[in-house]
Design a protein around this ligand. Sequence first.
Ligand code: SF4
Length: 281
Amino acid sequence: MVEQLSGGLVLVLVAGTTMRPGQAQGPHRPSLPPPVPTDPKTASLNKPTLAKVGDTPTYLITYLKREVYMSSEEILKEVAAEASICTKCDLYKSRTKAVPGEGNPHAKIMFIGEGPGFHEDKQGRPFVGPAGQFLEELLASINLKRADVFITNVVKCRPPGNRDPLPQEINACNEYLDRQIAAINPLIIVTLGRYSMVKFFGSEKISAIHGRARQVDGRMCIAMYHPAAGLHQQGLKDTIRADFKKIPLVIAEAERLAAEGKLKAEPPRPKEEPPEQLALF
Ligand code: SF4
């Protein structure tokens, strides 16, 4: 279903994809059946098998059952601690610090980029380099601060030389991202760049869907160019600024839909293949 919102924003509603957590920290929690309790001591943590929203991997079910008893803050701390010593992909070999992400554990908006860069790797914080400065400018343009939102990446360790993350690295790290999303349960997810876009929008072209809101898995997702792309091309910088200006409208629409009970997780769709390697633009 497609809805035309005021301001020219097109809202595309499509079938959602993955299972939602049953926690109840936020005001926009989904109406899901309560998760089945399990003994955390006997919970087996299986390897992730996909990096694409599309079904509910076994490991996530396991975590959701266990983490239903934890607060968002506790889950995020746990994820950060695990990522800091993680060796699940080769990116651990060259990292200085893992960059799990930071921000409001109860944020309405979650920004998901691609991977840490040079400055992020040194500081262990996301978006602290030039792209981060642009992101802060963009947030300020809609009266938001970093502390209001949660910012993370699809991979938590810096790819050497700032190369693109490999599919196997994204898959290996996907578990952490899924657990962060489940913990925060944001009303809106903003994907920054192609790698996070693939998780929520599949194989669509970012040039075709940037700035559009789509209901995926009971929340609004908006695909945007990575701020770093705007640093390289002035035209894209203006496009990113214009796309950001749509966020308040999407927030208002998402809150309206949530209040009317129209933001709901949809039945899982068939599993799709993990993303192939993509270029930044
Ligand atoms: S990128 Fe993710 S999966 Fe790979 S070592 Fe770092 S935390 Fe682990």
